[in-house]
Design a protein. Structure first.
Length: 281
């Protein structure tokens, strides 16, 4: 299945969309994976789960604030009730030449960076979330002004992380986007057991060597690295939310060797599993 092209309808009296999105749950990537020409800012007020952006899988939780560029495939999966504020706007919502003004250079640079996805944190996250809530309540010119203020806060911030690999391309054709989605879904469904390269390559009509080249080209990572990142992300969630032993979590996340699990956990998180649990206790 290809990522869905979402059609965003602007209000009659607004040049951009600001809305609350609430769902009982959305556990499957097939329900979530989509893209659109509009730039999106998404703030999570409730829920936690997995965030898929381009070629990156990461956990998300309450307070998550991301900015996603035009045509960047993305989706949030969760088995929990979710409440998010979503702001969507076209790059030229202020006019075709407005961003060319000298005063807008930082905002234009922000929009360019958003092509790989941006995650904001710290004081920026708190300040921006307040402005996002205000945008949801306002109307008319005040609403427009507050969006400009929000973009200024984000553009001036140094508290951010680029989500996708540095060389990630948003110019993938539909067949390539579909293949990336299929790979993510396969990992999500099979991370608790041994991953079969031949099986996933066959599902994409690729040889194993072609599969490895495809992964490397479009994610800038080895397939084993992507699988390990997904498994360790899930392990961190279990360490925080359950009382399972580290050994139990190791096997639930698809590892059959505790020493190997510990090494991979420390390599990815830069901390040992028991230290991670103690930190969040």
């Amino acid at each position: 299945m290809k990522p869905e092209l979402e059609k965003i309808v602007e209000g009659y009296e607004s040049s951009f969309v600001a809305k609350t999105v609430r769902r009982a749950n959305r556990p499957l990537l097939t329900q979530a994976w989509h893209y659109h020409p509009e730039i999106e800012i998404c703030f999570t007020r409730k829920s936690s789960g997995q965030r898929f952006v381009g070629n990156k899988i990461a956990p998300y939780e309450i307070g998550d604030l991301v900015m996603l560029g035009s045509f960047l495939p993305h989706g949030f999966t969760t088995s929990e009730e979710t409440d998010q504020i979503v702001i969507q706007f076209n790059e030229h919502f202020m006019g075709t030449t407005f961003l060319e003004k000298p005063e807008m250079r930082k905002i234009l640079d922000l929009i360019h960076r958003a092509k790989m996805g941006i995650e904001f944190y710290g004081k920026t996250q708190k300040k921006a979330s307040q402005r996002i809530t205000e945008i949801l309540k306002e109307q008319g010119s005040i609403k427009f002004i507050k969006l400009l203020q929000l973009l200024t806060i984000l553009a001036d911030s140094e508290e951010y992380k680029i989500i996708c690999s540095k060389n990630y391309s948003t110019t993938l054709n539909m067949d390539q986007l579909n293949r990336v989605k299929t790979i993510f879904e396969y990992i999500e469904k099979n991370y608790q057991k041994e991953i079969s390269i031949s099986e996933i390559a066959k599902s994409l009509n690729l040889s194993e060597s072609a599969f490895y080249k495809f992964i490397r080209k479009h994610t800038k990572k080895k397939f084993t690295q992507i699988v390990n990142e997904y498994r360790i992300n899930h392990a961190t969630k279990l360490l925080i939310e359950t009382e399972l032993t580290i050994s139990q979590i190791c096997y639930q996340c698809g590892y059959n060797n505790l020493s190997y699990f510990n090494r991979k956990f420390r390599k990815i998180t830069e901390i040992r599993p028991h230290e991670f649990r103690a930190k969040y206790s």
